[in-house]
Design a protein around this ligand. Structure first.
Ligand SMILES: Nc1ncnc2c1ncn2[C@@H]1O[C@H](COP(=O)(O)OP(=O)(O)OP(=O)(O)O)[C@@H](O)[C@H]1O
Ligand SMILES: [Mg+2]
Length: 255
């Protein structure tokens, strides 16, 4: 029995003449915290956009738990169990933290996302459960005391935590985090690192983490993939990647 949960096979994505992701193959094991690093413009976010179905590959495919997902739509992929946060935070700024999480959860309840977005009232029992669950998730990320504040009033680091709560509301099996530590101070980064481990264990998750903060990636990930100009130039345990000359030249040397 294989413990591979997600596999990328010769994945390629072109934008005009630019090959943003170039023939990339790798697999991620269940429960792994898998790091994805590389210089700006290396193709990391594009890879997340491919995995979550925001864009389609030019060539190659993605296999999730034995199913080819590379032609599926975003909502299908989300309901199969892959959730993400965005590098450029995508919250509903005018809505409260609680509402942001509840809307995400509606993807997972019978009443569907339209109840959340268009104000059609869901069944009362379901609504109560959604609210209760959302409050639990806010507590988990340390934001429950501010559940009724507008998301736009939150500091950057808090917005990133709220995005994680929102992604967790989909009850994912795979969680993709695109630079979750960006804008956080050193102590928040350390907390985040512990938090990522905690949610991996609590929810039995597989995590794929894009992060520029090298100590965080090195300390947290079981394996690290390095992209450079769209190509996978290394994939190994942190200590081996750290000493890889090609990686040092392309990326770590600049840190
Ligand atoms: N929708 C798009 N249309 C055209 N080019 C794009 C598009 N999305 C990404 N690119 C290009 O693809 C390349 C890879 O971008 P991507 O955002 O994946 O990099 P990244 O590794 O996430 O970088 P960063 O660390 O700065 O976030 C860049 O040259 C970018 O300009
Ligand atoms: Mg990016």
């Amino acid at each position: 029995m294989s413990d591979i949960i997600l596999e990328s096979q010769s994945l390629t994505r072109r934008f005009g003449g630019l090959v943003a992701v170039n023939n990339v193959s790798f697999s991620v094991s269940k429960n792994e915290i898998f790091g994805l690093i590389g210089p700006n413009g290396a193709g990391k976010t594009t890879l997340f956009n491919l995995i979550t179905g925001l864009i389609a590959p030019s060539e190659g495919k993605l296999i999730y738990q034995g199913t080819v997902i590379s032609q599926k739509k975003t909502h299908e992929i989300a309901s199969l169990g892959i959730a993400r946060t965005f590098q450029n935070i995508r919250l509903f700024g005018e809505l409260s933290a609680l509402e942001n999480v509840i809307i995400a959860r509606h993807l997972h309840t019978k009443s569907g996302i339209f109840t959340g977005v268009f104000g059609i009232p869901p069944a009362p029992k379901e609504e109560l459960q959604s609210k209760q669950k959302a409050l639990e998730l806010l507590e988990l990320v340390g934001l429950h005391e501010r559940a009724y504040e507008s998301a736009k009033n939150f500091a950057y680091g808090d917005q990133r935590r709220l995005e994680i709560a929102r992604a967790l509301a989909l009850e994912p099996e795979v969680l993709l985090l695109d630079e979750p530590a960006a804008g956080m101070n050193p102590s928040e980064k350390q907390q985040l690192s512990n938090f990522i481990k905690q949610i991996r264990d609590t929810f039995n998750l597989t995590v794929i983490l894009i992060e520029h903060h090298v100590p965080l990636v090195m300390g947290l990930c079981s394996r690290i993939a390095v992209l450079n100009f769209g190509q996978l130039i290394a994939l190994d345990k942190p200590n081996i990647v750290r000493n890889n000359p090609a990686v040092i030249e392309a990326y770590l040397g600049n840190e």
